[in-house]
Design a protein around this ligand. Structure first.
Ligand code: NAI
Length: 470
């Protein structure tokens, strides 16, 4: 309806607080500010319709306003029902940008908001998508496939969330027939933020379903080796502390998965004095954990011993109902991976005789039929964004500078890019890092011409071969 504002936030009066925090964050996001200074005057994204599905936090607000400064018309939704910071969303809405997000969304609202973020004025779709976890990309693909005759929407749903998506698409088929097909014609690409979303992109590419070029932002070194690692090193503890204020020192904590997120999480818990146990399926990561001095064993071996469980695998069913039933009384269970299926919360909720006591938003105690209780944080969704405010601004500046470079690259080269999943060139990766050195007072050593020739690299980089792992 015309009279409805083109945004949906919890409380617009939080905009002033949001604006103040955005201003604080800007000083900690030198990469994004440098992008504004360098490209702002040229407006490389002039008039480009961008839709974003990414945690609506203060840091994301700085990203959104950077894209606007580059000339884009932006619409936004969060990529998790619990991750929105309502004051950040309010500030963005007050700035006249269409944002659809509040903390604690229903699944119905979540998917409706994703669709609204994708629906630009005059029923146009996005020309570019910024995605985190791949939900916006999934909706566009499933909608397109439905219109091409695929019957996925009519098959029985495997989860409540899948049913919500199917209902939404069935409604789209009635209300906007053929819309996805038209949208895909003008859709030039997506840049994906996280490991799980990138995984989905490669799967779609292999299945021959991917419709547009995609840039894997996650695997820029300045993203996954910083955000996933150092970001989680700070925000995991923040989530645990704000949720329960529990003393970590002396406790036994289990980190499932020792990838970048697991490494940061394990270090975080150890930093507070926990005894950390790691679980892994990959011998290389398991060996890494062992050589860092962590005990590496299976979840089963830790039951009855451990006080805190953190899943960081990007995989499903890592903590099962059977595990939870054997845990120590008062154990805390949470997930820092992208989706909530790492912990079998659905099965726990459905268990006869279980009593769920809400302590405060995003903190629940489950009184189990065996007389013990466990805590589940953020209903098994990512704890650092559900129970705290996600990563600090500085590390997000690295991630989001990559996002901006990816968006500009997808647009500038829209006529030559083929469907596929790409990474940004190493030179740009190094540039992102370079933009963050001054703020930390870092002084780089400069190669002499003789040294550069000796190790075979240009004086101004790139300094490492593609196979280098950092
Ligand atoms: P990764 O692929 O580097 O690490 C995951 C690790 O889990 C791998 O080493 C894998 O071998 C292991 N694993 C898989 N199945 C397992 C199982 N059943 N038991 C034990 N280990 C298992 O991925 P990364 O970058 O560490 O990301 C992990 C998850 O965190 C992803 O879903 C990602 O999207 C998400 N993420 C969350 C962030 C946050 O702020 N909460 C930030 C960045 C990523």
């Amino acid at each position: 309806r015309k009279s409805e504002p083109d945004f949906y936030v919890r409380d617009l009066s939080l905009a002033e607080l949001g604006r103040k925090e955005i201003e604080v964050a800007e000083h900690e996001m030198p990469g994004l500010m440098a992008i504004r200074a360098k490209y702002g005057p040229r407006k490389p994204l002039q008039g480009v319709r961008i839709s974003g599905s990414l945690h609506m936090t203060v840091e994301t607000a700085v990203l959104i306003e950077t894209l606007v400064e580059l000339g884009a018309t932006v619409r936004w939704a969060s990529c998790n029902i619990f991750s929105t910071q309502d004051h950040a969303a309010a500030a963005i809405a007050r700035a006249g940008i269409s944002v659809f997000a509040y903390k604690g969304e229903t699944l119905e609202d979540y998917w409706e908001f994703t669709l609204r973020a994708l629906t630009h004025p005059d029923m146009k779709g996005p020309q570019l998508v910024v995605d985190d976890g791949g939900d916006a990309t999934l909706l566009l693909h499933r909608g397109y496939e439905m219109e091409q005759g695929d019957d996925w929407v009519h098959q029985p749903a495997e989860s409540k969330e899948e049913q919500v998506i199917k209902n939404l698409l069935k409604r789209c088929a009635k209300e906007r027939p053929g819309w996805f097909t038209e949208v895909v014609k003008e859709w030039k690409g997506v840049s994906e933020e996280t490991t799980t979303g990138v995984h989905r992109l490669y799967q779609m590419l292999q299945q021959g379903r991917l419709l547009v070029p995609a840039i894997n932002v996650n695997d820029s070194v300045t993203k996954s080796k910083f955000d996933n690692l150092y970001g989680c090193r700070e925000s995991l503890a923040d989530g645990l502390k704000r949720a329960l204020g529990v003393m970590i020192a002396g406790k036994t904590a289990v980190v499932c998965g020792y990838g970048d997120v697991g490494k940061g999480s394990a270090q975080s818990l150890r930093g507070f004095g926990a005894r950390v146990i790691v679980t892994e399926i990959d011998p290389i990561n398991a060996l890494q954990a062992a050589m860092e001095g962590y005990q590496v064993t299976t979840v089963e071996e830790t039951l009855g011993i451990a006080d805190i469980y953190v899943t960081a695998t990007g995989n499903c069913d890592v903590i099962t109902l059977e595990h939870m039933l054997q845990m120590k009384d008062q154990a805390i269970v949470c997930n820092i991976g992208h989706f909530d299926n790492e912990i079998q919360v659905d099965r726990l909720n459905a268990l006869p005789g279980v009593r769920k006591v809400n302590i405060k938003p995003q903190v629940d105690r489950y009184d189990l039929p065996n007389g013990r209780s466990i805590y589940i944080l953020a209903e098994g969704r990512l704890v650092n964004l559900g129970c705290a405010e996600g990563h600090p601004s500085f590390v997000m500046s690295n991630s989001f500078t990559n996002q901006c470079l990816a968006q500009m690259d997808l647009w500038e080269n829209r006529d030559t890019y083929k469907v596929g999943v790409y990474r940004l060139p190493k030179k740009l990766d190094e540039e992102v890092a370079r933009l963050h050195l001054d703020r930390l007072g870092v002084k780089l050593t400069r190669l002499t011409p003789k040294q550069a020739a000796y190790i075979g690299v240009p004086i101004d980089g790139p300094y490492k071969p593609e196979h280098y792992r950092y």
